[in-house]
Design a protein around this ligand. Structure first.
Ligand SMILES: [Zn+2]
Length: 395
């Protein structure tokens, strides 16, 4: 069941996005950890009304309120600790360097965090980098590295005189509620220079739809891009798209583009493309979302009635979505996470305490709900060693 909204698509301006998924009252910051349960329960919440644009294939939370976002960048880059992610980042950087001969060049990133990827581009291609991020924390090593400059802010054009050879952002665009002016400013600042490479990376909504990954929808991400809506955004704002790609096993979407003359900007990019597959997937996702939520609510109610002890495993944003969407405050008391920095903290919105795996030896849960099936065997093995005999489910 979809309903027409009065909201126009932020990418192509087509009116009346179709709302296909409604999720009331989820935490606006899924990854904030709280030291007191009451604070976690009382943290700010907002509604998700996911709208679909039939013209360009874009999806957007039409109920998103930008005023709720005070520190969107503060906790986004923790993936860099994973070896798999590190290997991916290196291959991505090397691919860009080879495709565009990015050697001895000048590179600008906004939303650079602590500069992990920028450092990689500079190491591998002997480049000079400027990173802009209001959440950047200065370090001695960075100050001694002459190739790298970090600025606490976002407006690169105020800090450097020359137009760079490459400009990029990663995992920023999905947080931007008005993407057209955001990309337009970049185009304007590049000016007459035709060979500045522009690169963006973000979550891939086509993957979320295909994998029916319903717990991936979070409030901080107001915009959900498919390859087509992303290309559309760039074509409308004065860029020639060189390549879009699905990376990181399909979970991320990337775009590489050069500026074109502003007169060449395409005003309508929806007509020539067949969106029937993505439209079907949107419909299937809506059905799956409602079914999965009902199924889980029924299951949890039965377990509660039977007095079963239920824990969830994996306190990332997926776990936070699961616990909040299903309103599990009274049904699940604990969530397990191996990250020691999360230990003892409380899940935003739903208030479960985060505990380490060893906690379960005493607690002896009846049911363990895994947020990520990849770790199923590993976790069962670990639990068996501790003498825990629980039933396992995948969220
Ligand atoms: Zn659109």
């Amino acid at each position: 069941m979809t309903t027409e909204s009065s909201f126009a698509c932020p990418v192509c301006n087509t009116p009346n996005m179709q709302v296909f998924v409604s999720i009331p009252q989820v935490p606006v910051h899924a990854n904030l950890l709280w030291s007191a349960r009451d604070d976690a329960l009382n943290a700010a919440k907002g509604d998700i009304e996911l709208g679909y644009c039939h013209h360009c294939g874009h999806m957007y939370n039409v109920a998103f309120d930008p005023a709720t976002m005070q520190y969107t960048q503060a906790y986004e880059n923790s993936l860099h600790f994973s070896p798999r992610f590190q290997a991916y980042a290196e291959a991505l950087a090397q691919g860009l360097i080879d495709r565009y001969d990015l050697r001895h060049k000048e590179i600008v990133e906004t939303g650079s965090g602590q500069g992990d990827f920028l450092r990689l581009l500079c190491d591998l291609g002997d480049n000079r980098g400027w990173g802009f991020d209001s959440a950047y924390v200065p370090s001695q090593a960075d100050m001694e590295d002459e190739r790298l400059t970090f600025v606490q802010g976002f407006d690169w054009w105020n800090s450097i005189e020359q137009v760079p050879d490459m400009f990029y952002t990663r995992h920023v665009l999905e947080h931007i509620e008005t993407p057209q002016p955001f990309v337009q400013v970049i185009r304007e600042k590049i000016g007459e220079r035709p060979d500045t490479l522009v690169f963006f990376e973000m979550p891939n909504m086509a993957y979320t739809l295909r994998a029916l990954a319903i717990w991936d929808i979070i409030y901080e991400h107001c915009s959900y891009y498919t390859a087509h809506s992303l290309a559309c955004l760039f074509e409308r704002t004065g860029f020639k798209v060189l390549r879009t790609d699905e990376t990181y096993a399909g979970q991320f979407l990337t775009i590489e583009a050069y500026p074109t003359a502003m007169e060449a900007a395409v005003s309508d990019c929806g007509t020539a493309v067949d969106l029937s597959l993505i439209s079907e997937q949107v419909d299937a996702f809506a059905v799956e979302f409602n079914q999965k939520v009902t199924e889980w609510q029924n299951r949890l109610t039965v377990w509660q009635r039977e007095g079963k002890k239920v824990v969830a495993w994996g306190a990332g944003s997926k776990g936070v979505s699961f616990l909040n969407i299903l309103k599990t405050q009274d049904q699940i008391e604990y969530i397990i996470d191996i990250n020691p920095r999360k230990e003892g903290k409380f899940v935003v919105g739903s208030g479960q305490q985060i505990v380490p795996p060893t906690f379960l030896a005493d607690y002896q849960p009846d049911i363990v709900i895994l947020m990520n099936p990849i770790y199923k065997d590993e976790i069962r093995g670990m639990m068996a060693e501790m003498g825990v005999t629980a039933e396992y489910f995948v969220a």
